[in-house]
Design a protein around this ligand. Structure first.
Ligand code: SF4
Length: 119
């Protein structure tokens, strides 16, 4: 059995993933996105990307960001290069979109921090 924390949303469900005779069973997820995440992680082909984006604010020079779903591993470094080019210059809430469907992926890069909310 593999245990992992689902990073897709702030619930951070504790997932348990089991593979018996080629059949994968996921438990602990509160929604289908957690099930999908666990299966993709187990196969090792895709991953949630977490990184940090720069800001113009001295008090918060960078904030955590993450993708709203998994990304093929071969695109991770291209995506990180795009995130590195960003310079946030206004307050943003957790979950707000920083990059909408970058590289034509069906996921967004969103803010994963409360630090930019009350600047
Ligand atoms: S399983 Fe669903 S509810 Fe739980 S952390 Fe993942 S995305 Fe959020």
């Amino acid at each position: 059995m593999v245990q992992m924390i689902c990073p897709v949303c702030k619930n951070n469900c504790h997932l348990e993933v089991e593979e018996i005779d080629g059949v994968i069973t996921v438990s602990g997820n509160k929604c289908a996105r957690g099930d999908l995440h666990a299966r993709e992680e187990l196969k090792g082909e895709r991953k949630i990307v977490t990184y940090h984006a720069s800001t113009v604010f001295e008090s918060v020079p960078s904030v955590d960001v993450k993708t709203t779903g998994t990304v093929p591993k071969e695109l991770v470094f291209r995506l990180i290069r795009l995130i590195k080019k960003q310079k946030i210059d206004h307050p943003m809430k957790r979950g707000e979109v920083l990059l909408h469907q970058p590289l034509d992926l069906p996921v967004d890069v969103v803010i994963d921090s409360d630090e930019l909310e009350n600047l």
